[in-house]
Each structure stands twice: as C-alpha cells, then as structure tokens.
Design a binder for this molecule. Structure first.
Ligand SMILES: [Zn+2]
Length: 455
C-alpha cells in the first residue's frame, strides 16, 4: 500500500493536505451485500486488494483556512486494525504539531474515524482543538442502550466509542446541515451509514465535497450505488443518500474527496446512476473527448467507453475518439482538434485500472480525421475557396493592395462561415461526451468550442 502522505492542493481559500491513516481491510461481500458474486468479482477485478477483499483507504483531510487548521476525523489510532493508525506519524512527518490543530470535525463515530482520539494515557491527542459532530450522531452513540440497536458483531465497539466521545464532551459543538465550520466550509447531512453521518462542502470553483462513508468504495459505490453496504446502519437511507450525493456531484461538477478512495481520494462523480445511459444508447456518433492529461479519476469512464465500443461493434454507433489539447488551437477547427495516437496517452493515476483504460483506448480507431476531412472538403467545395490558417490570411492581408484586401476580407468572412458550419455539423451529427479530468459534461458543439478549443 502506498504510504504517500504529502498531497497538497488548494481549493478556494483553503489549503488542503491529505494525510493517510493507512487502510482498513474488509470482506467484499460485506460491503456489497446484494452483489451477485460474479458481478462483484468483475467489478473488483484489478483492484488492489486480494480476491474477495476490499481495502478501504484512509484519507484524512487537513485544511488550513485563515487562522484555522481543521482536521476531518482522527483516524483509528492503533486500536482497530493493524493496517491503520498512520495519521499521527504522517501528521508529524509533515511538520504539523497536533497541538496546533484548532478544529477537529467528525464525519461520524465509527472506529476507523474516531478511535485515534486519545493517546495511550487517555489524553486528547489534539488538546487545543474545538470539536464538531452531528447532534444525532452524538445522541445515537451516547444513548445507554446503543449496543442493542447495533448488529451483534458491532456491539463491541461501544465502550471505546463512548470513551472517545466522552473525552470531548466539554469541547464539542453540535452541528447540522448548513452550519459553517470555518469560512466557506459548510456541513451537509448525509445520513444512513450512521444516523448522524456528515459530509462537508467547500466554496470555490465548482465546489468540493468531503465525504467519508456516504460514498465508501471507489468502485462499488460508484458503479453499484444500490448494493447494500454491511457497514451502513440504515441501508435504505444510506442508498438514497449515496445516489443523491453522486447525482448532485455529477450534475454540478463538484469535486469529491473520499476518505476511503485510493490516496489522495479526489475525483469526480460519473454516470453512476445511469445519467448518461439514455445518451449512450441513442447517440449515432459518439465523440469521446479525452484530454492529454487525463486522470482516471472515475472508474465509470472505462465502463462507458466499453459501452460505446460495444455499440460501435454492433454498428449502432460510430465512436470518434478525440484527444483535446486546448492550447493547440491555431487555425481552422480541424487543426484545433488535435489527434494523438492512443498509445501516447499518459495514464498516470490509479494504476489498478490503467490497464483496462489503456486497452479500451487502444481499441479505438482514430476516425476523427476522416470525419473532419470530409466536412472540410464538403464545405470548401460548397464555398469554392480553400481554407487556410488565419496567420497565413493575416500575412497576405499585410502585403495586399486595395483590390486584394477586398478579396481577403471576403475570404475571412468565408472562413468564419466555414467555422460556423463545422460547429453546426458537429452539433447536428455528433453527440458529444467530454471525458476530461473534469466532470463529464454533455456539451453543445458551440459550447465545446468556446470552452475547450477556442483558447
Ligand atoms: Zn469509514
């Protein structure tokens, strides 16, 4: 397992560092209780855990925001599984004194998130922090009869959990949806995994949602959000929460930071709930736009690309892979849609799925040049004038006399028309799927043009 621990990024006014607390091993059939065994095996093929197991990685965000240093959960300490409990060491290795943490926010009170609260002499590891937890989470775990509400196998966790919560009693603030932890960091309610499970939304860009177990596993929760997770306290509510969160993150293009995804846990929600199914099933030409710095930030990409290829194999659709390099815009649209051989795609992230991704990309044949050449020649014929790069036109213009200038202006007008027609052609014929290291967006060709190409 990677012990990487120094991933930093900034989001809005926040400087975010993701610290690893190790990982938690669980049986795959426990976190995917309704899964037909073959389907589960297929979904997890190539994952980093041994067959029939899942490794739930532990990503703990630490956010610096103004005067605040906010830690989200405290990990498991050395009290749960032996593969956990790396947080404190990683925090110190990053030069952060636990005493400097000003706020500790708890997503929920499960051992893997809470049991790193106390040191061996039962003192708070983060002695100067204010603590934040959902009121319903607190009330649930602190109820004298909580054990009776838990499945038999879980009852053993109650004493340590209550001890940890008891230890912050004087410092705790109960929060609920909409409350702010710090400027631009808001609580969202994501119940089901536990009664008071919380996630957090950060302002800035298209937004960022930090979640723990509303979306637990990087494959299962995305591809099969309706499979019941044995760790969920109320499966029905957990499934509704999961689907709603995936939908919202997808629709609004919100970045996700998941506690249990592969380090550092950042990525985007894809079409987990079939948001693209209708589109994929009806498109006649599917354009797969792949940025040259593509990060395999969502496993659904591979699944949907396979689906597109399947439809092509059945001659129901034509798949046009296009590698978009936004900086390459130079002249006519054809030149802007740079095509890179699939072999050249750097696939750098989440290596467990790289192979599948690379295979799919390799199997795509680059047809975009044919499509674009055809459009270009049709339009050139129709307009009876060859296109040329704008800098060429500009050069001519500089050297032209008055009579020629007139002609060149006509040419410029025609080129604008060509461009307009190409956009229309694309818009009419190609259903666009943009696959970038950004949320997938179905864009109209004109929007695509503005957003990714004309830069
Ligand atoms: Zn968890």
């Amino acid at each position: 397992m990677s012990a990487a621990t120094d991933y930093h990024f900034s989001h809005g006014a926040c400087d975010i560092m993701v610290l690893s607390d190790g990982y938690l091993a669980a049986s795959a059939s426990f976190v995917a209780q309704d899964a037909p065994p073959e389907e589960l095996q297929k979904a997890l093929a190539g994952s980093d855990a041994p067959a029939s197991m899942v490794y739930l990685k532990k990503n703990i965000p630490l956010i610096r925001q103004g005067e605040d240093l906010v830690l989200f959960d405290v990990g498991a300490g050395k009290k749960y599984q032996a593969s956990e409990g790396l947080l404190l060491g990683n925090l110190r290795a990053s030069g952060v004194d636990p005493a400097s943490i000003t706020k500790v926010v708890l997503t929920h009170a499960h051992p893997d998130h809470l049991w790193g609260m106390l040191d061996p002499s039962n003192k708070l590891i983060y002695p100067n922090a204010a603590y934040y937890v959902g009121a319903s989470e607190w009330n649930f775990w602190m109820a004298p009869d909580v054990a009776l509400q838990l499945p038999q196998d879980f009852r053993g966790v109650v004493p340590e959990t209550q001890q940890d919560l008891e230890a912050i009693k004087e410092r705790v603030t109960f929060v609920r949806a909409g409350d702010e932890i710090a400027d631009g960091i808001r609580v969202i309610s994501t119940p089901g995994h536990t009664p008071g499970h919380l996630s957090f939304e950060l302002d800035g860009g298209s937004g960022l949602i930090i979640t723990a177990d509303a979306i637990t596993h990087e494959i299962i929760s995305f591809e099969h959000p309706t499979w019941r997770n044995g760790f969920d306290f109320d499966s029905e509510i957990a499934i509704q929460t999961r689907k709603a969160l995936l939908d919202r993150a997808f629709t609004d293009g919100i970045k996700l930071l998941g506690f249990h995804f592969p380090y550092p846990g950042t990525g985007y929600s894809g079409a987990a709930n079939g948001a693209f199914d209708e589109h994929l099933n009806s498109a006649e030409i599917i354009a797969l736009f792949v940025s040259s710095d593509f990060l395999a930030s969502n496993y659904c990409y591979v699944k949907e690309m396979e689906r597109a290829m399947e439809r092509q194999a059945q001659k129901e659709a034509e798949v046009v892979p296009i590698i978009v390099r936004p900086c390459d815009w130079r002249d006519a649209p054809f030149a802007s849609l740079q095509v890179t051989p699939p072999d050249a795609i750097p696939v750098t992230k989440w290596p467990d799925r790289d192979e599948a991704w690379t295979e799919v990309v390799k199997s795509l044949r680059i047809k975009v040049m044919d499509v674009l050449k055809r459009v270009k020649s049709e339009l050139e014929q129709e307009l009876k004038m060859p296109t040329e790069p704008p800098e060429e036109t500009l050069r001519r213009l500089q050297e032209a006399d008055a009579a020629e200038t007139e002609v060149i202006y006509r040419r410029i007008q025609l080129q604008a028309k060509v461009q307009e027609r190409i956009v229309k052609e694309i818009e009419d014929k190609i259903d666009l799927i943009v696959v970038l290291n950004q949320p997938r967006t179905r864009l109209k060709a004109s929007e695509l043009w503005d957003k990714y190409i004309r830069q």
